[in-house]
Design a protein around this ligand. Structure first.
Ligand SMILES: Nc1ncnc2c1ncn2[C@@H]1O[C@H](COP(=O)(O)OP(=O)(O)OP(=O)(O)O)[C@@H](O)[C@H]1O
Ligand SMILES: [Mg+2]
Length: 247
């Protein structure tokens, strides 16, 4: 009896290993165009740093990936779904969490209420209680301050609050926009330790960052934007390798 071994063809790199993919995306705000033919991909479980000067279009890419800005041309895919016409909450349900630029908590709600809101949205009422306990285990400081109004937390504590929901709900992708902006260096280190743990738990990250050194240290790949266009794409190596593209 002969055994027939099926011919193994190599995986098609255009269809495998892409969790998030922007293909030739143009986007903007009203008549103002912010992104020009942007293509980039994030593989499952990996970290892609999105770098570039102020106004380069990084936040706009983050908004396109999470449905807050709709592209005027091109396609956006996530985990096999075309998402560029989907609403932000539909994209969130597929497993995308957005930690937006700035202070992204509900300022007038307590720490506990902020956490419960996102856990209920992402896990349903039944799962929310357990999730709260896990969040306080991971971030004891949030437990100590559970009744404090989130708007009065320090900048670093507010970022912890954003990250707590990611670490507990294990999304497929975290889109993190300048999590370290305005934080003291020691707090930035703490934020990056949490990002490493998030990555360790299997969540891919699209990491928008100004601190290039920190971003490269945790990233597998790097994409550099300049005036709304991709000017460099490659493995995350050293600052020297990408410095010329950041100018
Ligand atoms: N809501 C908006 N309305 C009009 N123009 C906008 C809006 N948001 C951003 N832009 C413009 O789009 C361009 C890209 O902005 P974007 O916020 O994506 O840049 P960025 O790379 O995130 O910059 P930064 O590092 O300063 O956060 C900029 O020229 C900006 O002025
Ligand atoms: Mg920005």
């Amino acid at each position: 009896m002969t055994t027939v071994t099926p011919a193994m063809s190599p995986p098609d790199p255009s269809t495998t290993a892409r969790l998030l993919e922007l293909k030739n995306v143009d986007a903007g705000y009203g008549p103002f165009r912010s992104l020009f033919d942007v293509s980039l991909a994030v593989s499952p479980g990996s970290v892609t740093a999105l770098l570039g000067a102020n106004g380069a279009g990084k936040t706009t890419v983050a908004r396109v990936a999470t449905g807050l800005v709709r592209p005027t041309a091109g396609e956006v895919w996530f985990a096999g779904n075309r998402i560029d016409a989907m609403k932000p909450y539909e994209i969130a349900r597929l497993g995308v969490v957005h930690a937006p630029e700035g202070r992204s908590v509900f300022a007038s709600l307590s720490v506990k209420e902020n956490l419960e809101l996102s856990f209920r949205r992402e896990l349903g009422r039944a799962g929310a209680g357990d999730a709260l306990g896990r969040a306080y285990e991971l971030f004891p400081r949030l437990g100590e301050r559970s009744k404090q109004v989130a708007g009065t937390l320090s900048g670093g504590e507010q970022r912890m609050l954003s990250l707590a929901r990611v670490m507990v709900t294990h999304p497929k992708l975290l889109v993190a926009d300048e999590l370290s902006l305005g934080l003291a260096p020691i707090v930035v280190d703490e934020v990056y330790e949490h990002l490493a743990a998030i990555r360790g738990a299997g969540t891919a990250i699209l990491l928008v960052e100004q601190y290039v050194g920190h971003a490269l240290a945790i990233s597998d790949a790097v994409v550099v934007l300049n005036h709304g266009a991709v000017v460099h794409r490659g493995p995350a190596t050293t600052f020297d390798d990408i410095a010329e593209h950041l100018l």
